[in-house]
Design a protein around this ligand. Sequence first.
Ligand code: NDP
Length: 319
Amino acid sequence: MTDKPNLLVVSRVMTAPMQAALEADFTIQPLFEQEDPQAWLAEIGADIAYVLTDGHWGVRPEVMQHLPNVKMISCYGVGYDNIDAVTWNSRGAVVTHTPNVLNAEVANTAILLWLATSRRLVRDDRHVRDGKWPDGGAPLTRSVDDRKVGILGLGRIGLELARRIAVFSPEISYHTRTEKPDVPYRYYANLTEMARDVDVMFCITPGGKATHHLVNRDVLDALGPEGTLINVGRGPVVDEQEMVKALQDGRLGSAGLDVFEFEPQVPAALFAMDQVTLLPHVGSATVETRRAMGDLAVNNLKQFLANGTTISPVPECQP
Ligand code: NDP
């Protein structure tokens, strides 16, 4: 027997350093290793006060129903759309996440996708590898310089991204629900209007009901045949079926995508398109940034265990 409290680990989120740090204080209970997770949870669920999860797995209803006594959920990631933070808060539990430490990396990934998509990096790399260069160079591409750029979502990551975009583009606009004070960028209250006025649109909002299919057919058509869509926020923010059709019909010019509506499933129609760049949700996936996220996820748990406070609670759970 041990007097360390149980820590339910929902997904394969733990790195070796995280595990070492957590084992000192918690008894690790790995849900992802169970053959019959539901039966195992039914048995152990009432003894779980702490949970470690990630933005993708969150704490879904089938897991949540077995956890009546949770005090704290630490999410490794800033997005927590699969954790019902309002309900957990009403039950007296705190949900934390890992904001800020990943801003720069996700912004870098967005820039990477934009440059790769506009300059057809993947297509041209394939051109060289396939031995086609001696038969002729690759077709010309479009420059990223002096484009009009719009950002959907100007929060922690969106602001970091805007600073990087400014190196290329003198004209940056944004759409959010509320106009942000003290930013030098043009505000659009209407997303379709912004899409009509820009050449490139970045999406960096949270997922969830409020943003579901915000980028719909009208927005895609407004972006238009010369327009580029870069999505590093959440897949369901874009109506994926409409996006694929728009790309197929040439109504949308190109797309750079780190996130997908039903990831890890990706529409097969995209695989044959030179005008898209596809990444497997790696916005924050560098050694340095994942280490910082791991440290914050671990430190939230340890601090809560020590004195009942947390470093980075989600807005719904802020005291
Ligand atoms: P913030 O909460 O700081 O910013 C979110 C922004 O989105 C705010 O400007 C907010 O403004 C805007 N927003 C929210 N809802 C809407 C809406 N319905 N319509 C228009 N704008 C909206 O979050 P972060 O910048 O820290 O992170 C943003 C998201 O990026 C995360 O939630 C996550 O989903 C995603 N992400 C993706 C990663 C990846 O690997 N690809 C890695 C990390 C994060 P307002 O409230 O005024 O509307």
